[in-house]
Design a protein around this ligand. Structure first.
Ligand code: RAM
Length: 356
């Protein structure tokens, strides 16, 4: 099972970064897009020490989402490790513009860096650019902003790998036959939309000719809405065979609905979830397998990237390297992207080995 998901992981990293950059080489525009500054020419001093007392704020899509609680704990933990002050602030809903006022407050507070997961790549861009103009380093993690509104994007895994493997997984579970639906987060979420594009592309391959994507529903990373949307999908599409939910909020709500319904074990569900939220649904037979990276490591890497930028070790240019504490050395890829690593697949054979 693990091999099934991870084979494409390494090979697809290069392909995805090229797709994301929109071209094969680095042009002046690309460089300026990496933060509105000529990142390749600005001097970086890889040997500089991490500055003491850095103020680094984490701004997740929403604060009452266990996934971000874990990620930001990893992030603020890293900040304490290198002698700074970290905090998490953010909205309780994941709507497009909900993060703007938080960014403006962080600018007023003269934070050294903002580490943000964007609900909408464009809604936050003007405020993030304003922050950058004031010397604040902007790192996106989990869900990117428009590339000219941040210095770096800490991506959890290759978007192509995540999108394609989720289709492969549901196909395997439904025997490559029947109707499927996607239960996503918010309609503008950068991360979910990039994964969904690769899912759609994967579905054009001949081996999926017996499958049909009938609907993309949006639960807005709200537990109750995600639950109701799942119920609606099963009502509207009585022949539905599978659901992919690439959001920890969505998959947990969908699993809860399925586990208490006549569809339990019959309508398959996969996607991205935390082991702690999904454990009971794997054990009761509602869910066979799903995947995720370690959110704490994602926040941790975001913190070290922000510190490396704020300390002048890196400027955000492709090829630059920085040390990320216990995660070791990381290299910046094209388009200012740093990848955490391939995700883990969880099923009943390994889920008890994870506690997050
Ligand atoms: C939800 C959020 C987050 C996403 C995870 C998988 O918690 O939408 O952005 O990365 O799911």
């Amino acid at each position: 099972m693990k091999g099934f998901f991870s084979t494409a992981a390494v090979a697809s990293v290069a392909a995805v970064t090229l797709v994301a950059a929109g071209c094969g080489g680095t042009t002046k525009n690309d460089v300026e897009a990496q933060g509105g500054q000529p990142a390749n020419t600005a001097a970086a001093n890889p040997n500089a020490a991490i500055k003491q007392g850095l103020k680094i704020a984490f701004l997740p899509k929403q604060i009452n989402n266990p996934y971000f609680t874990i990620a930001d704990k990893g992030g603020t933990g890293a900040v304490s490790e290198f002698g700074g002050t970290g905090k998490e602030v953010g909205p309780s809903d994941a709507s497009a513009s909900s993060q703007v006022s938080y960014i403006n407050t962080l600018i007023q507070q003269r934070q050294d860096a903002i580490v943000i997961s964007c609900n909408d790549p464009n809604a936050v861009a003007p405020s993030l650019k304003q922050a950058m103009r004031q010397g604040i380093k902007v790192v996106t993690y989990d869900s990117d902003a428009a590339p000219d509104a941040r210095h770096l994007f800490i991506n959890q895994a290759s978007a192509e790998d995540l999108g394609r493997t989720e289709v492969q997984q549901i196909a395997k579970q439904i025997g490559h036959k029947g109707e499927i639906a996607i239960l996503s987060a918010t309609p503008n979420a950068t991360n979910q939309n990039s994964w969904i594009n690769f899912m759609k592309d994967e579905l054009t391959k001949p081996e999926y000719s017996g499958m049909k994507l009938v609907k993309i529903a949006y639960g807005n990373d709200d537990d109750q809405k995600s639950f109701t949307e799942t119920q609606g999908l099963l009502k509207s599409y009585p022949n539905l065979k599978g659901i992919i939910s690439p959001t920890t909020v969505g998959i947990a709500a969908a699993a809860r609905y399925l586990s208490g319904s006549k569809y339990k074990g019959k309508v398959k569900l996969t996607g991205l979830g935390t082991p702690n939220q999904m454990r009971k649904f794997v054990k009761d037979g509602t869910v066979e397998a799903f995947e995720l990276w370690n959110p704490a490591d994602l926040g941790y890497l975001g913190a070290y990237a922000a510190a490396a930028l704020s300390s002048g070790q890196i400027t955000g240019a492709a090829g630059q390297k920085f040390k990320a504490g216990k995660l070791g050395e990381k290299t910046i890829g094209q388009n200012g992207e740093v990848i955490l690593g391939p995700p883990t697949v969880f099923d009943k054979s390994n889920i008890d080995n994870f506690n997050f």
